[in-house]
Design a protein around this ligand. Structure first.
Ligand code: ADP
Ligand code: MG
Length: 380
């Protein structure tokens, strides 16, 4: 009663889905470094949505952008969380897919924003996990199971950061969507366990894979939290078929968006530079295609990253993009590139649906309970 049918997921548009939503884009400008940077390249408009870029000594702005919100150097992790992540976590708890991607050049603040565990600056990943468990604790009506996976994509290889011996995982697809075949999925039941796995993954990221020259700025790190929510069986006597909702949250720390040149300093061969850039380049092409109403083809299949994020980029996920930027004239070209990327992502429409299916496990338990009641009655 449980096996094959159990995976026969149905995806139904939820009532109350707004017909037209789009990817939300947030820009975070990090505080200046102590030395070596000339500030003044960015001006955030008073509405907190516009940002203007000035090249050094220029009196006329180079470009003018508008986003869902621009968070300045004084914005806290909590500010970023409430703007960009909290709404997504709430949706994931209700069976939607959710994605947060951090984009920007190396040093702009992606990892700080996502993964910091400093007591006064806890990042988006621990915050999201904490919120999931606090919600679960308060919800007395549903039963939850949460799984965590943590992978790295480098040179088109998917490496399991929780099982570093698995360094060439493949992407697969079934009725429930795209997933990493054979990836370790650790059941987690509290924030402490999540933090432990994050720490383990980060340690593996910097140690186990250095032989492959997988410097973290050149690889993409993806934390996946799967939240399975089912109605509690206990005390439920009605004959209604129970359903299970599966929400997947992807938290993606992308590789540095700066152009990798094959130079003596990076020691890269041309083929390596190309392979390292492939996923990020393809991400840009997918965003462009998805932003263009006339585009007929989205090249998801051209890279591992875009394949993995196919649901997120294809529209079946509540997606936030966090563009990390710095207000330094030295980096103005990279910053312009990052903001342009974010601007295009503003046009990507989404139509996420609740991933819901009949909960055969619960249904089975209810049938057994009903039969037992019948047996008792008939034996009286
Ligand atoms: P990236 O992951 O984009 O390469 P990091 O997150 O490692 O960049 O940030 C580079 C440096 O800047 C780190 O030392 C980090 O602690 C610091 N930093 C980044 N953003 C902030 C911020 N909003 N507030 C304080 N420090 C920051
Ligand atoms: Mg980083």
């Amino acid at each position: 009663l449980s096996t094959a049918a159990d995976t026969a997921a149905t995806r139904r548009p939820a009532s109350g889905d707004r017909p037209e939503e789009r990817v939300k884009v947030f820009v975070r400008v990090r505080p200046p470094k102590a030395e070596g940077e000339t500030q003044g390249a960015l001006r955030i408009k008073p509405d907190g949505r516009g940002v203007v870029v000035y090249r050094e000594h220029a009196t006329i702005p180079s470009s003018d952008f508008e986003f869902d919100r621009v968070l300045g150097p004084s914005a806290s992790q909590s500010d970023v969380y409430h703007a960009a992540v909290k709404p997504i976590v709430e949706d994931v708890l209700n069976g939607y897919n959710g994605t947060l991607m951090a984009y920007g050049q190396t040093g702009a603040g992606k990892t700080y924003s996502l993964s910091s565990i400093a007591a006064d600056a806890i990042g988006m990943i621990p915050r999201a996990a904490a919120e999931i468990f606090s919600h679960i604790e308060q919800d007395k009506v549903h039963e939850y199971t949460v799984y965590m996976s943590y992978v790295q994509l480098y040179m088109e290889l998917i490496q399991d950061l929780l099982r570093p011996e698995s360094e060439n995982l493949q992407i697969r697809e079934n009725e429930g969507g795209v997933f990493v075949g054979g990836v370790h999925q650790q059941e987690v039941s509290n924030i402490t366990q999540c933090l432990h796995l994050l720490h383990l993954g980060d340690r593996n990221r910097t140690t186990a894979f250095t032989a492959l020259n997988a410097h973290s700025s050149r690889s993409h790190a993806v934390v996946m939290l799967t939240v399975i929510k089912r109605r509690s069986v206990a005390g439920n006597g009605d004959a209604e078929i129970q359903r299970v909702k599966v929400g997947k949250l992807f938290l993606v720390d992308l590789a540095g968006s700066e152009r990798l040149k094959k130079s003596k300093s990076t020691g890269l061969r041309a083929s390596e530079a190309k392979s390292i850039n492939l996923s990020l380049t393809t991400l840009g092409m997918c965003i462009n295609a998805r932003a263009d109403p006339n585009a007929t083809h989205v090249p998801f299949r051209d890279s591992k990253l875009t394949r993995l994020l196919q649901d997120s980029l294809g529209g079946n996920a509540k997606t936030s993009l966090l563009v990390a930027a710095c207000d330094a004239h030295e980096h103005v070209e990279e910053t312009l590139q990052s903001l342009s990327f974010g601007q295009r992502a503003m046009c990507v429409r989404i139509q996420a649906v609740v991933n819901e299916r009949v909960d055969y496990r619960t249904l089975h338990a209810e049938m057994v309970a009903a039969l037992e009641t019948k047996d008792r009655k008939s034996s009286l």
